[in-house]
Write a protein that binds this ligand. Structure first.
Ligand SMILES: Cc1ncc(COP(=O)(O)O)c(C=O)c1O
Length: 267
């Protein structure tokens, strides 16, 4: 939400394009080309994606890059989930595909170290210099302990160990999620994520997603994200990470509330 909210607060006009579930989570290219037009300065895309857990094909990546070059826009690619692939090969980076590409990432997701609050940007030197100056102006500097942890984490040998840890958690938890969703006899359906720790599920009820998630937050005290906050009414987003016993207990609690909702709906 911040990626459209912040530019809007600075007076920018924000156009949206959507990854389409009915098109294997690729954009509708006509919609994409309408959104990315000669007035566009910056295009943002998250790959692997939050909330769908999808990964763009190489052709889709190239098409986005070509369009940005054609209209003279920068392409800001958020690759914070790169390395958290569950069953597919490592996601290719946009970095190096064009001098219009800017990549951001950080330790919060695939590295599994959100607490240190360290991330980075890779881009054309002039863009990075400008961002660096803004960053220094706003934050002065990073926490020195976080900085030391980050320096160890990003060493190539440690990075691969951390990615492997994340993948093994996700590979272990995804079958738990699959089994749990199947227990609702068609009430919940989901396209399994290719990468990342998020499961987007469709539910069969006219109850608005915010109302449903609010009930789940207040009654069994579990926080999940309403699809309405992601432009996807009729969906919920459930987290897949964490210790299996913690996940199972969270899912059990959500299940109690969903079953009560289904009973209310049927009766
Ligand atoms: C796509 C994406 N980028 C960035 C972030 C934020 O990462 P950080 O915790 O490093 O600020 C999130 C967090 O949910 C995310 O989903």
């Amino acid at each position: 939400m911040q990626f459209s909210g912040i530019p809007k607060s600075l007076g920018a006009t924000v156009n949206h394009f959507r990854l389409r579930i009915d098109q294997s989570w690729e954009p509708d290219w006509e919609e994409f080309e309408r959104a990315v037009n000669p007035k566009t300065r910056l295009v943002y895309v998250s790959n692997p994606n939050n909330p769908s857990g999808s990964v763009l094909s190489l052709e889709a990546m190239q098409r986005m890059v070509r369009r940005c070059e054609q209209v003279g826009a920068y392409l800001l690619t958020d690759e914070v989930y790169l390395g958290a692939e569950i069953a597919c090969p490592r996601t290719p980076t946009f970095w190096g595909m064009s001098d219009r590409v800017i990549v951001t990432s950080g330790l919060s997701k695939a590295y599994g170290i959100p607490g240190v609050r360290i991330g980075w940007i890779v881009g054309p030197a002039a863009v990075v210099a400008e961002c660096w100056s803004q960053h220094d102006y706003i934050t002065i500097g990073p926490n020195k302990i976080s900085d030391a942890v980050a320096r160890v984490a990003v060493r190539p040998e440690n990075r691969e160990k951390l990615y492997a840890r994340t993948r093994s958690i996700l590979q272990h938890n995804l079958p738990l999620m699959r089994q749990w969703a199947a227990g609702f006899a068609g009430f919940l359906t989901f396209r399994e994520p290719q990468a990342g720790a998020l499961c987007l599920m469709r539910y069969q009820s006219p109850t608005p997603s915010f109302e449903l998630c609010e009930r789940i937050r207040v009654n069994p005290s579990v926080l999940i994200v309403p699809g309405a906050h992601l432009g996807l009414e009729g969906y919920i987003r459930v987290w897949l990470g964490g210790k299996p016993e913690f996940l199972s207990e969270g899912l059990r609690r959500i299940g109690v509330e969903l079953n009560a909702g289904i009973r209310r709906l049927n009766g």
